[in-house]
Design a protein around this ligand. Structure first.
Ligand SMILES: *[C@@H]1O[C@H](CO)[C@@H](O)[C@H](O)[C@H]1NC(C)=O
Ligand SMILES: *[C@@H]1O[C@H](CO)[C@@H](O)[C@H](O)[C@H]1NC(C)=O
Ligand SMILES: *[C@@H]1O[C@H](CO)[C@@H](O)[C@H](O)[C@H]1NC(C)=O
Ligand SMILES: *[C@@H]1O[C@H](CO)[C@@H](O)[C@H](O)[C@H]1NC(C)=O
Length: 389
């Protein structure tokens, strides 16, 4: 904590002289945002088979048409609400859907466990998108089915959210029957097509970064009370932050589309993003990038043998993802480039649609935060839901 104080002192000078004002939407949590934009919001506690306690939000609608939204890495369910009246939650509710918003383990809303204390027990952070898929997503689906009395729900995932669905449906194929349609936004299974420059370098340097973090017994990254999140918030809420954090960082890793993320909105966003996850999550992505395969976590030879009965981790069998899948992709997405999504497309046995957004500059984050998603994305989503559910 003393390091935190030192950094705070150093950065506070600049902070005091250049802090931009954070709008109300940057300070409200999910429920606060939902209420502000006229929605009814209920909170549900979901306990997973491996003991994680998750918070799921519901904006109630027609009980026969439940839709589950799952966010990406270092993000939370806020992603689907933060555009206020122009957000996906509002669009779905207007169309009568019963909207359920997930928050995965490790995020501020779901940072609890029956036995482990995330601040003390390293075991808590022993997860990647693998466990998120196997245990979080399955628990959420079963919970919604139970509450609505339905036999199937529709699902929408973004980025890591899609990886988690593919994991679940390939390893526990019985879940295919519980999903009417999976709308996969900026989907990720094959990562090695990624062209996002600073991210590529970070992936290559990751084994060293990982070692360093492990030395300091650091398992959580970017969580609300971590040093790195604290620094990020100070730097990226500065009046120059749009130049540094958006033009300099966010757009260069996700693809340039400045029109869709205006400065005023950035100052709301920085109150919600990034959110916490485990370093194992990054490690798993680093591995599938290096191996050029969508496969399970690589521990080491002995552990792999004990866990998988194989010295190398098995690939996820995408041919078992038999639920209907619609892939929706952006031509300027540097995290999940078209080439990788096309490869994924060839592996999915029940692909119903492959949609490239009609916006040349559509990047990885427009799917969540774009200013005009009402025009180029939501009509696709509502059409897909209408057509296939
Ligand atoms: C959101 O839209 C509704 C109606 O469409 C409007 O009444 C309300 O004022 C808007 N809320 C905000 C905060 O802009
Ligand atoms: C992490 O989880 C894996 C797989 O569930 C398990 O084999 C391993 O022992 C765990 N590691 C730690 C440090 O708890
Ligand atoms: C939901 O779960 C409860 C308790 O686990 C059970 O009693 C109930 O029958 C379930 N309802 C449905 C519709 O499956
Ligand atoms: C482990 O793999 C070997 C060889 O691939 C196979 O013969 C054996 O039956 C497997 N053991 C288990 C427990 O699945």
């Amino acid at each position: 904590m003393s390091l935190k104080i030192v950094v705070a002192v150093i950065l506070s000078v600049e902070y005091v002289y250049g802090k931009a004002s954070i709008p109300e939407d940057g300070r409200l949590d999910f429920k606060g945002l939902a209420t502000k934009y006229g929605l009814k919001c209920e909170e549900h506690e979901v306990v997973t088979e491996d003991g994680y306690i998750l918070t799921m939000f519901q904006v109630p609608g027609d009980k026969t048409r439940p839709v589950l939204l799952l966010h990406g890495i270092i993000d939370t369910g806020d992603a689907y609400m933060i555009r206020g009246n122009a957000s996906l939650v509002v669009a779905l509710v207007k169309n009568g859907y019963d909207v359920w918003i997930g928050n995965v383990r490790g995020t501020e809303y779901s940072r609890r466990h029956k036995q482990f204390n995330p601040d003390i027990h390293m075991e808590y952070w022993n997860f990647s998108f693998h466990e998120i898929g196997l245990w979080d997503v399955s628990a959420k689906i079963d919970y919604i089915l139970n509450k609505t009395g339905q036999t199937q729900i529709s699902c929408i995932g973004h980025s890591q959210g899609t990886s988690a669905f593919f994991v679940l449906n390939s390893i526990r194929p019985e879940y295919n029957e519980k999903i009417k349609l999976l709308v996969a936004l900026a989907p990720i299974a094959f990562l090695h097509y990624l062209t996002a420059s600073p991210v590529k370098e970070a992936i290559m340097a990751w084994p060293y970064i990982y070692k360093l973090l492990k030395t300091y017994r650091k398992e959580e990254i970017l969580g609300k009370n971590t040093l790195e999140r604290y620094i990020f918030e100070i730097v990226c809420s500065h009046e120059n932050a749009y130049k540094w954090c958006v033009k300099g960082l966010l757009m260069s890793v996700n693809g340039y589309d400045l029109q869709e993320l205006e400065p005023e909105f950035w100052y709301s966003l920085v109150g919600h993003y990034p959110a916490g996850t485990s370093i194992k999550c990054f490690s798993h992505y680093q591995q599938i990038w290096t191996k050029k395969k969508f496969c399970q976590f690589d521990y080491n030879k002995d552990m792999n043998l004990a866990i998988y009965n194989s010295s190398v981790p098995p690939e996820y069998d995408l041919s078992k993802v038999t639920t209907r899948v619609a892939l929706v992709t952006g031509a300027n997405d540097l995290m999940a480039p078209l080439k990788g999504v096309k490869r994924l497309k060839r592996h999915l046995p029940n692909l119903v649609e492959f949609i490239v957004l009609n916006r040349e500059t559509a990047n990885h984050i427009d799917f969540l935060w774009g200013k005009h998603t009402n025009k180029y994305l939501f009509p696709h989503i509502t059409n897909l839901l209408q057509k296939y559910t």
